[in-house]
Design a protein around this ligand. Structure first.
Ligand code: HMG
Length: 392
């Protein structure tokens, strides 16, 4: 039985910063951010968006009534959780009106969380072929103003509907994975920004990629030539390119050209959104599938997932016939092009406002946020989410 991705939704907040302007403000050459890091814009989340609202907004665009009835598992992957105890999945479950006879949980392993969720979903569907599982990856990447990680911030969510006989991509077996206890990037419970050993994290990312790629080749007998494209977790888009270049010589010239050209398409959305942690790899997949109109049914896509701390996994998927009919190309183009640019001082104000540890008793200006689902305030330490209209 084929199991995989039936639909993918995406959401990012309506505000962004232009990296040329951030570079000017930080007295850095813009080429460092645009070329050296590979980021052009970064999404900025207003106080009315958090991990829950972004995930719910992403899922809103893909779910039909029949999906809501068949979903019996909601798995929310995030490292920007809003509660140490209650799963973010439960809020989304209610906001989207999903079948009450469902499991709803939150999973965590840095940016790897959504990949873990996809494999949990796959196992669940193998045992329960009628089931559909909603996998959410939603995060706000925060390093702090004037830090070296600032250029790699971002915000957004993906919502993935997993099912048997998927209409976009069937996930193949086996995959190759690797865990090591390392301190490359982490966020202690008392901090709202991440701590990072930047250069070390980059080295680990590349060595994990090489490790799992070697393992994957041994397990499957597949080679570079068997892939239409590779998609990477993209904390910043240049890093995926660096990783790809470490193995590209394994292919003939024509294969190298194809993989490099497809990599460019697979990083387009990530370049203008920034790091969305758990959702980053799947945003890259979406970017590839939506922007390359030429990918044929049966093409194999390689997927490299990395979560600091660290876990890495390489796995693959086969593109299904008619997959294009189940993408939301126009809507995603509009979501990205209709965002409003904020100047650096406005971004800094928003950053400070959203850093407050205690927001209890506050109401937020949801009328300024075009998103359908917003955080309206916090009362008695309970977050109040609103669904502003019935249409998206
Ligand atoms: P940095 O020290 O500001 O930058 O930190 P740099 O000096 O290394 O420069 C970056 C690149 O720009 C270099 O290229 C420069 O040569 C180039 P490279 O050596 O990489 O080939 N450059 C220029 N290029 C063109 N024109 C110029 C120019 N000037 C310089 N004028 C760093 C960069 C990424 C380390 C920092 O931003 C950081 O710490 N970011 C956060 C951590 C991160 O993203 N790590 C990635 C791997 S870990 C991961 O993926 C997990 C994560 O997503 C979290 C999770 O799992 O939850 C982060």
């Amino acid at each position: 039985m084929k199991i995989g991705i039936d639909k993918i939704g995406f959401y990012t907040p309506h505000l962004y910063v232009d990296m040329n302007k951030l570079a000017d403000a930080r007295k850095v050459e813009p080429e460092k951010f645009i070329i050296g890091i590979g980021q052009e814009k970064m999404s900025v989340p207003p106080i009315t968006q958090d991990a829950v609202t972004m995930a719910a907004n992403a899922a809103l665009e893909i779910l039909e009534e029949s999906d809501r009835e068949k979903i019996d598992y909601v798995i929310f992957a995030t490292e920007s959780g809003i509660d140490h105890s209650k799963a973010a999945a439960i809020y989304v479950h209610r906001l989207l009106g999903i079948n009450p006879n469902a499991r709803s949980i939150e999973v965590k392993e840095a940016c790897y969380g959504a990949t873990a969720a996809i494999h949990i979903a796959k196992g669940h569907i193998a045992l329960n072929p009628e089931s559909k599982v909603l996998v959410l990856g939603s995060d706000i990447s925060r390093y702090g103003l004037n830090t070296s990680g600032e250029v790699t911030q971002g915000a957004g969510a993906v919502a993935i509907l997993m099912s048997a006989n998927p209409r976009i991509i069937a996930i193949e077996d086996p995959s190759a994975y690797h865990t090591e206890d390392v301190m490359d990037f982490w966020r202690p419970l008392y901090s709202n920004v991440a701590f990072v050993q930047g250069k070390y994290s980059v080295e680990l990312y590349i060595s994990f990629f090489q490790n799992v790629w070697e393992q994957y080749k041994k397990k499957t007998g597949l080679e570079l030539k068997d892939f239409e494209s590779f998609c990477f977790h993209l904390p910043y888009t240049r890093l995926g390119l660096k990783a790809l270049k470490t193995v590209i010589d394994e292919g003939a010239e024509e294969e190298q050209e194809r993989l490099l050209a497809n990599f460019e398409l697979s990083r387009s959305y990530n370049k203008v959104v920034g790091n969305i942690y758990t959702g980053s790899l799947y945003l890259s997949l979406l970017s590839l599938l939506e922007l390359n109109t030429d990918i044929k049914a049966g093409a194999r896509i390689g997927l490299f997932s990395y979560g600091s701390g660290a876990v890495g996994e390489f796995f693959s998927g086969i593109v299904e016939p008619d997959y294009r009919d189940f993408l939301y190309v126009e809507r995603h183009g509009k979501l990205l092009s209709s965002r409003r640019e904020v100047c650096i001082s406005e971004y800094e104000e928003i950053f400070q406002e959203t850093s407050l540890a205690d927001i209890s008793g506050k109401k937020f200006p949801i009328e300024k946020d075009p998103a359908v689902i917003c955080l309206a305030g916090v009362k008695d330490h309970m977050r109040e989410y609103v669904y502003k209209c019935n249409e998206i």
